[in-house]
Design a binder for this molecule. Sequence first.
Ligand code: ZN
Length: 347
Amino acid sequence: MIANTMTALAKTQPREGLWQVQAPVPEIGPDDVLIRVKATGICGTDIHIWSWDDWAASTVPLPLITGHEFAGEIVEIGRNVQGLTLGQRCSGEGHLIGSDSRQSRSGKFHLDPGTRGIGVNVQGAFAQYLKLPAFNVVPLPDDIPDHIGAILDPLGNAVHTALSFDLLGEDVLITGAGPIGIMAAAVARHAGARNVVLTDVNDYRLALAEKVVPAVRTVNVAKEDLNDVCAELGLKEGFDVGLEMSGNQAALDQMVEALVMGGKIALLGIPPGQSPVDWSRIVFKAITIKGVYGREMFETWYKMIAMLQNGLDVSRVITHEYEAADFTKGFAAMRSGRSGKVVLNWS
Ligand code: ZN
């Protein structure tokens, strides 16, 4: 039996915080499923919404149930939906897309310009139940537990970024050791990179990276010179591929300097505003830059599940787990700068 109301975490007022509310259980349409949420991940995006910064204030409608990283099980199926069953464990793509744009009609669903995000633009996953288009559902194999299912969204960001360029045998520089940067380092190792160097200025995060990722070389760039690390690793001409995960101007400048001629950069980090770039340096080094948004639907999901089943282990990036009722502790851990992924349990 599904009740009429449910517990959820919502942004109800235009100020700092999130609040536990009772909300109606969503009514699904013919192409949707209803998912009983079991575990959710707290994202940096949720912290922006908690803090109610300029981006959140200009993007998020009120009131809104937040959260977009989840795992759960299907408990109701719309009448047009085929191929899914009640009780199916799943995660899902939180970007809701249209089907009319040129990009969607050519199968590049992740590039649909009308994309809306659950927990950002429409009702989200920090709740006992989530309504999701069946199209967005990603079934979870039995060997992927719920707490990993709850972080497939950010792992997907890491996979999408890391697999933007061929990494086999390459030397890879990753700037920003947040959870996504750490998971990108794990993916780069798994994908056969030779050297993976991960930079940050936060020692907690660099220490966490060393626990999660085998043979990653971490560098606190406030204390250590990246050139010295290149010399130590025998990189005469620099790194082949850069993955920018921090949104930090100095990190991007450092990356451009540290790349080989003809090097490649995938950018996932979001700078806080407009930031000056030395384009002539990029032109003369013949550098290729790719912006990365979200996950490829559904190639990124396929690849990440395959890699998880083939030995990729990111479980230790989850540093804190709380019951959903203790969400304030989870958000405090996230905001302290001394956490990896934080997971809330809804069972
Ligand atoms: Zn996220």
